[in-house]
Each structure stands twice: as C-alpha cells, then as structure tokens.
Design a protein around this ligand. Sequence first.
Ligand SMILES: [Zn+2]
Length: 325
Amino acid sequence: MTKINTVLGPIDPESLGLTLPHEHIVAAYPGWECDPLARQYNQEKIVNSCMKNIEPVKQYGVKTIIDVTPVDLSRNVDVMKDISEKLQLHIVCATGRYTEAEGKWIYFKRRANVKIGDIKTEVYEGFMQEINYGIGQTGIKPGVIKVATGLSRIAPCEETTLRAAAQASRETGIPITTHTEDGTMGPEQADLLIGEGVKPQKITIGHMCGNASLDYQLDVLKRGVYIAFDRFGIEMKMTDLTRISTLLALLQKGYANRIMISHDCIAAVYGRGGRMPMEDAIKFKNWSFTNIFTNILPALKTAGVSDEQIKTMMVENPQRFLSGT
Ligand SMILES: [Zn+2]
C-alpha cells in the first residue's frame, strides 16, 4: 500500500481523514525579503499566529491540510512541522514552482542564457532532490508537486515546469496539483500533463471555482482529472454564492467523486503587514480555514447535497488523489 508523505513522515492513506487540499501555512510573494521594513523573521511568533488561524479546524474534524506552497512563495516546512506536532494535524507539503510572472525564475533563466544548464532539467532535478532526499536538511519529503500557469496562457517556464513535474510524477508516483489563473487554462494543463504520461487520477486542476462556465468545468472533467473548488472565501473576483451554484450543478451531474473543496487560505505572511481599504477587505470577510464548515457546507446541505457527497469530496477524493488510486 502506498504511503503518503507528511511533514512528520509517511502515513497510511486511510489516516488522512477529513482533508483541506489547498491551503498555505506560510506564503509570501517574492520581494518581501528585500524590504528593509519587513517584520523580522521570528519562528515562534509565526507558529503562534498560524496556530491561532488553523486550530479552529480541529473542532470540525479536519485531520489533514495539504500545504501547496511552491518553493518560490516562501514555503516553510519547519513551521509546518512545528504546527503539525503541536496541533496533531497531518500536513502534506509540496515541491513545486509558481507562475512565470509571480515566481522566482531569473536564476534559472540566467543559467540557461549562459548555457550552464537548461531550465527543464534543473527544475526536474530540484523536484527529484526534494522527493527522494527531502527538503533542505530537514529530511521532510513532499507529498505533492505544485505547478502553476498564468492568465490565459502557459508561459515558457510554466510549460517547462509542467513537463518536469510530469516526469517526476511518472518516476516517483507523487501526484500533481495545479494553480490556474481566474479560471483559465485548465483543459490545457490537463492535456499537457496527460500527454506527458501522467494518469488523470494523479492530477488535480486547482482554482476551478474561478470560472462559472459549466462548459469549462465539463471540458476539464471529461479528461478524468480531479478539480478543486478551493477558493471559498476569496470573493474579490467571484462570490461564494456563484461558486456554490457552479458546484451544485456539477454535483447534480454526478461529479462528487472528482471534486475537492478548500479555501486557499494563508495562515501567515511575511513582510510589513498592513490593511487593505475597507471596501476590499469586505470581500475577504469569510476567508478563513473554517469558512467551508460555517458557511459553505450548510448552504450545500440546504440545497440537498448529502453527507455522503460531502464525505466523498472531503475524505475519499483527497485520499484517492494523494495515493494515486
Ligand atoms: Zn494557493
């Protein structure tokens, strides 16, 4: 039986239980580390503030969080490990890279420019290093590979990453989870990965709830992959009400066994801190690690979604996806 890598070591898939499949413990966009006014790194403070945000999930029975932070968005497995121990929650971390526009690519691009190495090989080697030997000196191994594409196109570094991820996934069995931008490029991501030999059941196309078109949803689903409605609470561009109605339409068509749900929440960020203007902040008022339990599931149940369907989305699908069965 395949074991699942968590930040505290491998576990049986059946131990995963109720799972939030797309969240972030710590994440930050590149550049904060060059800000002289950024708050000083203090692991204890970060862990404490993460715990405050994450601990409430335990009362709803959550057993596992998948942290899909790619390495270039300040993934921090030391913090994950500390939280996993203190809260007795499984945390699965990722190896992976972010979009060409918002990730850290200049290092690989420069190396490629002067013909020291090619990007695909070096990214692939990085994935394999972390999968086989662990992240840095921690010995912590990832349970998923994260890839990302930008708005309405797959940029060259992104295509390279998808192909490198496919190769690493094929060779190690580790599944792939994706970031799409505003509900675009889902079918193209799936085609590229499947074309590279990854089995559809080892692929989750992320942020699908950013697109309310049923045609788009079905176009992705017909490829046999999992999809994630994983931004409940981020109502900047899409309201939860719209996400729910798209989700209900798919559940009515019998797709419970292909859908996972999550928040894309971030427990702590680096940098200066600060507040957004009230008119924007209001669009994030429900963005927390418990929004699904306090707002989304009650709405789904009122609309007739069964406990069985919810269990399929929140327990069985993450387990099948992570174990690749
Ligand atoms: Zn995310």
